[in-house]
Design a protein around this ligand. Sequence first.
Ligand code: ANZ
Ligand code: ZN
Length: 842
Amino acid sequence: MSRFNALTADAKWQAVWDERATFAADDASPKPKSYVLEMFPYPSGKIHMGHVRNYTMGDVLARFRRMTGHEVLHPMGWDAFGMPAENAAMEKGVHPGAWTYQNIAAMKAQLKRLGFALDWSRELATCDPGYYGHEQALFLDLLAAGLVYRKESAVNWDPVDMTVLANEQVIDGRGWRSAAVVEKRKLSQWFLKITDFADELLDGLSTLDQWPDKVRLMQENWIGKSEGLTFGFTVADDVSATSPIADERRIAVYSTRPDTIFGASFVAVAADHPIALELAAVNADAAGFIEQCKAGGTTAAELETQEKLGFDTGLKVRHPFDSGWMLPVFIANFVLMDYGTGAVMGVPAHDQRDLDFARKYGLEVRRVVADDDAADPVFAGEEAYTGPGRLVNSAFLDGLSVTDAKRAVIERAEAGGWGQGSTVWRLRDWGVSRQRYWGTPIPIIHCEACGVVPVPKEQLPVVLPEDVSFDVPGNPLDRHPSWKHVACPSCGGAARRETDTLDTFVNSSWYFIRFASQPEDQPFDRAVAEQWLPVGQYIGGVEHAILHLLYARFWTRALRRVGRIDVAEPFAGLFTQGMVTHETYQDPAGAWLSPDEVADGRVVATGEPVTVGRVEKMSKSKKNTVDPSPIVDRYGADAVRWFMLSDSPPERDLPWSEAGIEGAWRFVQRLWRLATPDGAPVTDSPDHDLAKRVHRTTAAVASDIEALQFNKAVARLYELTSAIEKAAPSTDREAAITTLLQLVAPMVPHLAEEAWALRGNDGLIADATWPTVDPALLVDDEVTIAVQVNGKLRDTLTAAKGAAKDALEAAALASPAVQRTLEGKEPKKVVVVPDRLVNIVA
Ligand code: ANZ
Ligand code: ZN
């Protein structure tokens, strides 16, 4: 019998699908629409196993949806702007555009080789002016709607290379090329007002019931809504004599725990708070401390890990509820300037940072919340108490719960006019300016006379200049001899272009809309796009759980606000797949080895023993990657696809193994042998059991695929295959084989096409419909009866549904297990519950 020749079959059917445009989505189709999308790849040069797994899952769903009568949109494109192309330009002297398009060509060939059911006619690359020009138009829409603004913001500045560095170019605080210590510099940059949508983005999460809970939670935390009290501490100028900046002013703080106000023992301001800066101007020690804080970094993450440090300003403030109670004011390195008011009240007993700080500077630690009778005002522990409880040592708050006490303090503050209940968000506006070449030029012109002037839409796209050099650091757009010099669109005078480009996350914030509709003269046609959106099923890595998904949600809502589209949430369903992993290997010197440098526990080249390390995500740094291309060449696309689906639940990690892919290959061959007509005579005797099994598998596989439980579907298909193999030749068996081919078609489409044609079916299996299920055959006509003696399970029986009571009784008494238990005694009584159980009382 012939073997399935994947090499020829793969190429043959891929060419057929291409020629017939089998997977082109028809906007005008009357069928229900289904939009299946996997996160588009960055064109790094080669696809990796993670891509193969991600795209295989999406492909199975897309093909299945086609078979179940949907018009499917399943597109692919390239997230093509970004740093690696510029790095390649610097390292290899190749133009970022040339490098990117070469990579796209190579990766496209690799994807085609896997036989994905993609509508390639909608392919797009974000670095194409035909894409980013429309992005510029959308940016201008947002600008006109007041959703874009400019403000000073810090960038990483390399003082040796005299250039701005992207975050990923800063390694341990130093420039990646110069190794110089990176400084923070303020530059005027562009921001998108995502904070305007904070409420909407938070509330919208509750509508996303087909998203993983963990992703919704991550987004919720990132948006970070918190409620509390903003209130002022008044500086006591009469007792702040040691400070040169004392006067009767207020320092506003924000607290989510106003209930703990009687436990406050200090106030702390951020290093860049106006009070800190004012003091620094007249006090060299304060200035020195502020410098020290900045060197340590000022992001939330950096602050979290540092030792808590403070500088006593000499200022004293009065407690709002007791004007004789003075608290010292510190400048502290754990307070962020851009959160709340940039100042906090320190409550050491109930906040860990405050406790660390208080212990270091010998400040009072006073308990004000207790969960038991321990109302001792002296708090001794090293771990702040943040749990629930009753207020103690807190004057009029004593005895109240935390919640009631919060409310009471807010009420008093508002009544007394010294504070206001307030909501604070962690979410910050999105800084989109990048001082780089390989990105969407921001369509703005700066004119001395007119200020910031948007590029008129008829002048879009603002195209990147081709003739740029990367031999010196910095932004090639900025030093290009002519590109930035233009006439002001407003007054005609000499003006200059904005040389910042947009963050690549902007590119990926609307590509799914452009896939749905891509006219030449506008970003998308609203009516057409709305037919497809929202994306029904989006599949990608959990590493995009926060930024990409939040930005895309924001961008969609912003486009809705400017009237471009009436869609609130871009992705109705989200699935985050697990990673592809592999063992790691090291030689005796500790160097990482790739899997093909290792055989039988030894280094192939030297024969030295290999240390086998943990199974980890495939990564270049540990050299534990397996290149999919040679595997596809060797085993064929279908075996690779099958393996990607079979071994692990899709949300879990999948350990790559040679044995696994070989097993998949053997299964493909088994299917082939089964599907190839062997000329044996076929009898007309019905095989009811097999027919029933086929119907059940059909129904179950459909719901598995809908639920993206591919490994379960695969397991069922293994079982069905075995059952058909064992069945005697019959027309039912032949029908079962035909159905089996339809069921495996989304997973192993090349084999399915080849066998489908060979068995004399008309048309493509890709166009076939999913087999119909006869509901009558799904109903159990056999039941399992529990047989008990004195209430203890002794045996089970299989009986026809609805079997008579005495038949069940007789069968139960005849059971050898029952007879053994009865030891010849006569039963006193037999209770029969039809279809369920027989209980024998002895
Ligand atoms: C007093 C207090 C007592 C606080 C207590 C907490 C516990 P979330 O929940 O993230 O909103 N805080 C306020 N502004 C800050 C800033 N700019 N930098 C650093 N910390 C700041 O956190 C709010 C809490 O973080 C606020 O409530 C404040 O400390 C601190 F037992 O006030 B709290
Ligand atoms: Zn002008």
